[in-house]
Design a protein around this ligand. Structure first.
Ligand SMILES: Nc1ncnc2c1ncn2[C@@H]1O[C@H](COP(=O)(O)OP(=O)(O)OP(=O)(O)O)[C@@H](O)[C@H]1O
Ligand SMILES: Nc1nc2c(c(=O)[nH]1)N=C(CO)CN2
Length: 395
């Protein structure tokens, strides 16, 4: 009872004020969300149908999965905008699936789709969530077109807590999950290797197979179908769409440091560094990671300015040589300011050996730059990494 009251109290401000449609570049029409529970048929995955009293308990956070698809306009911009709006309107995104480029199904004479899925939590009830998703689709320019035809964005509710919903305008789990590789592939990215909690166990149970959703996915081809069957795992980097499923990509390392293990001191001069960059490319590197700060044990730490002084002259030369066209560049740094400067000069990826722990600004900065972030794990403090052996530390 306490939980229900608390949940209703938490929902009240939302219900009173509506969601913040005014935020962002364009003023948006306001949508008032009525948080009261609408009538719908509920059949919990296990056990008896839920009574209306317990329906209200769903206004506490529920775990949900939403599938995204779209094949009209700037697909990545539409996905990003849909995610931003979802967050604004009451969905907390907790996990992102990978991004897939997929051949159109059902109606095949239309452009390729982007597909992905997110896992999140929401206090919106299922029908209010559907209303919000329809509103976002409309805001992103979706108009009623042909069934299964082209659209800037399609947002489908795959799962809502452990509930089954069957109403005139909403069916959860989504009816066509089971036949769609473009839905199952990103859904797999959102699941742990086995049931993580009761809600995820319920999602598996909806599949009516011994190994739940994993069996359904494997029947449709599973991981080995990615890259072959009209479904590619992709990542937009600058103006390229990189297909990660086509082959193993090789990353070359360019250390602009005096003291790194393998090549310290060899490429301090810009001329030598650029020449090494060229030879990495000629030997088949698809990506080059450029770092000016040594993170080996006992290395002294450079300031932002010192790191930039080493990095920028080399970076500027590399960006301007023809060989760098089509090559993915990453900057190996743990400083937010170095990451921002490198990206402004054309670097595609930020690679942080400290996983965001040495400069707390870096995660927010990289998020606002909108570039991929490689998060590395470092054992213990930088200076003592080698002392972490078999779980013991030495002072
Ligand atoms: N789980 C669900 N998620 C989203 N919409 C749903 C769901 N269940 C039923 N619907 C209903 O389906 C209607 C049609 O949805 P939509 O226009 O997205 O169809 P579609 O994209 O052409 O096909 P599909 O939903 O199979 O991908 C929606 O207006 C909505 O009322
Ligand atoms: N590959 C792919 N094909 C589709 C998709 C989609 O998201 N991806 N959505 C459709 C409309 O629901 C119809 N066909």
């Amino acid at each position: 009872m306490f939980k229900i009251k608390k949940a209703l109290k938490e929902m009240l401000p939302v219900a009173k004020s509506g969601f913040n449609f005014g935020v962002g570049r364009n003023p948006r029409p306001s949508l008032s969300i009525n948080s009261s529970v609408k009538p719908f048929n509920l059949f919990p995955s296990v056990g008896r149908p839920i009574s209306s009293a317990s329906i209200q308990a769903q206004s506490t956070d529920q775990e949900i999965v939403i599938a995204l698809g779209g094949n009209v306009g700037n697909r990545i911009q539409n996905f990003n905008e849909a995610l931003r709006l979802m967050k604004n309107y009451g969905v907390t995104v907790t996990r992102h699936g990978c991004l897939y480029e997929t051949e159109p199904t059902y109606v095949t004479d239309q452009p390729k789709f982007f597909n992905s899925a997110i896992r999140g939590t929401t206090k919106l009830n299922p029908h209010d969530l559907l209303t919000v998703l329809k509103q976002i689709e409309a805001e992103l320019g979706r108009t009623s077109g042909i069934r299964y035809g082209p659209r800037p964005i399609d947002l489908d509710i795959l799962f809502y807590g452990n509930l089954r919903v069957n109403s005139e305008n909403l069916t959860v789990p989504h009816e066509r999950i089971w036949e769609r590789p473009f839905v199952l592939a990103p859904l797999m990215d959102l699941l742990g290797s086995s049931g993580e909690n009761d809600t995820v166990a319920a999602w598996h149970s909806f599949a009516n197979c011994k190994n739940g959703l994993f069996d359904i996915w494997n029947k449709l081809g599973g991981e080995s179908s990615i890259g072959n069957e009209g479904i590619k795992r992709v990542l937009p980097l600058g103006d390229q769409l990189v297909d990660w499923s086509k082959k193993t990509h090789v990353m070359g390392i360019l250390n602009l440091t005096p003291d790194s293990f393998s090549d310290g001191g060899k490429f301090l001069e810009a001329r030598d560094a650029v020449s090494h960059f060229r030879s990495l490319i000629s030997e088949g590197a698809d990506m080059v990671d450029i770092g000016a700060q040594s993170t080996r044990p006992f290395a002294g730490r450079l300031t932002v300015d010192q790191e930039l002084d080493r990095l920028i002259p080399v970076l500027d030369e590399i960006i301007n040589i023809p060989e760098s066209k089509g090559i993915i560049l990453s900057v190996d740094t743990f400083y937010a300011d170095v990451a921002a400067e490198a990206v402004s000069r054309g670097v595609h990826v930020v690679n942080d050996v400290s996983g965001g722990t040495l400069d707390p600004q870096i995660l927010g900065v990289v998020a606002s730059l909108g570039v991929p972030f490689i998060t590395m794990h470092m054992r213990g403090q930088w200076r003592v990494q080698t002392y972490f052996k078999c779980g013991h530390t030495r002072k």
